[in-house]
Design a protein around this ligand. Sequence first.
Ligand code: NIG
Ligand code: FE
Length: 394
Amino acid sequence: MSLALNNIGHLVTNDPSIGNGPLGIINNAGLVADDEGKIIWCGPQDQIDQYTEAQPIDCYGCAIIPGFVDSHTHIVFAGDRATEFEARMEGIPYEAGGIQSTMMATRAASDELLSLNAQHLAYEALCSGTTTLEVKSGYGLSVRDEERSMRVARSITSETTFLGAHLCPTDVKQDDYVDLVVGEMLTACLPYAKWIDVFCDRGAFSAEQSREILNAGAKAGLGTRIHASQLGPSGAIKMGVELGVASCDHCTHITDLDIEALASASDTTVATLLPAAELCTRGPFPDGRHMIEQGVTVALATDCNPGSSYTTSMPFVMSLGVILMGMTPDQALWSSTQGGAQALRRTDVGNLCAGSRADLVVLDAPSHIHLAYRPGVNQTRAVVRGGKCVVGAL
Ligand code: NIG
Ligand code: FE
């Protein structure tokens, strides 16, 4: 079944060649997709008859944006860390070590429970408009448990990331663990992985270890990404740029030199900002607007995980980007869609250009500005993925 929509009051295409401004906005627009779920045409609604024989669906003047691309999540886990969150809100600082308690709950969970938990979170994300989702392993931390985490991730998305190097379990020596990650664990996880990631930070892995792990993943054919400078300033961002990773994520404690390095590599390496992690760990917010003005390509993502950021909502993350990271609503929308796609090196999602996937969100709002303007309010009327309405109704 093909899809034809008209009377779209405000259509964000992310294609400046077909609409106004950097977001390529078309007012009073139409959109047509083919029966394979690919966009054939977007443009002024009075031209729609040239592109479809079907009776178009009336959108009654509401706004449509590309589906969100959440390029950083850790949704394969069991248990929760509400008690740790409560203690943090009373003043205990966030540390990488909390990962260990989720590791224990994850190891104790059945395959079925792990899978159900991840599916539930992926569905929650879809309901708020996320049509492309990256999912990492990283709470198994043994060959068996990383492999089954990756299997669960792969059952949910093609954007799967092996994060065996999330933390070294306390009963294993750090050097032995790195050997395991680049050896047996990588081999076991490889069939399910597209990416490899490493948590390069205080209390996790050193720059030297991270380099070894990313190089091993790249040699095995995986794309690379890095958790960099979340807990303190480090050389991780510069190293990520040097290694040509697709994305340096967090960048909480980014320096001017890091910004220069990222700006010089803006076609290759994206800076993925995770403002919900800053919010929930009471960390400092990096200045997203300044980074963009300096030429850095910025993505926004949820970082959904039970420790530092237990949210699946990209609209909420967008509003944090605007209100607490200095970004304009246009910048935050771009970073949550096209920026995320670039962080995953995808061109077929994150925009509504002809040839891209018909992944879109119909908003109960007149424009994308309302997403930041009304923080925490559900304004999703419908979600379309691959040309089919999967949430709500058109
Ligand atoms: O991205 N930084 C490392 N990993 C997660 C948090 C993991 C946890 O606390 O469980 C993050 O914030
Ligand atoms: Fe993360």
